[in-house]
Design a protein around this ligand. Sequence first.
Ligand code: ADP
Ligand code: MG
Length: 254
Amino acid sequence: MGPKIIGKNKSGTHIQKGGIMSLIQARHLKKNYITGDIEIKAIRGIDFTIESASFVSFIGPSGSGKSTLLNMIGCLDPPSSGQLIVAGQDISGLSRAQAADFRGSTIGFVFQDFNLIPVLTVYENIEYPLLMVQKWPEAERKKRVFSLLEAVGMADQAKKYPSQISGGQKQRVAIARALVTKAKLVLADEPTANLDRETANRIIEMMKKMRDEFKTTFIFSTHDPKVVKNAEVIFAIEDGQLQKNPNTNGGSHV
Ligand code: ADP
Ligand code: MG
């Protein structure tokens, strides 16, 4: 079955069934960057809703606003205007410290440029977020890190440093690190951009499995139409605006 459109991108069309709040709600969301005299309208007033445990992709060409949007959802960069509610929290009102706390407790990230810590091994990079939250006894932590290492096919590389592994392998470590704390929401900015097709599909399958197991919501961005066929909800973004909102691949999240 091909993708089908279940709604248009208009405000006021996101009334929740049974009054249960969605994981993410964006209303008239805008982001402008000002550099010198020039203002760039990166996100030009968009509305969308994302439910818990969904598997979502924002697809669009380079420069369309995907990273800007993910950074706002991830509380890394505040909106210029409009409303953005993530896990019940209106994130535009947060101080920097509050945003950092919120990120640590709720969100896992996979950055486009991996952001692995060069002086830590593969194992230690994945373990790092668990040490930050401090509720994992050592034995549990070890088990958790190794289960993630295995899930991304990196168990035999645990002792290597980021400089000793390939770009694709770094990407897999970054994904394992984002998943290790069982965050409610994982944001992945072009997570498969540097991977071969087979590895990309394996990573996407792994994310879906995690979603099924832990009810994690996955939001990733991509410019690759071949990757997007694996998403269940697809938002097409172009020039800071949503084209259709949303398409689905016939998943159960309608
Ligand atoms: P994508 O991730 O889809 O490639 P981005 O969100 O990175 O797109 O960029 C959207 C637009 O905003 C582009 O025109 C880009 O040049 C601009 N932009 C992104 N980040 C910044 C920034 N920090 N300062 C100024 N302009 C930016
Ligand atoms: Mg980007």
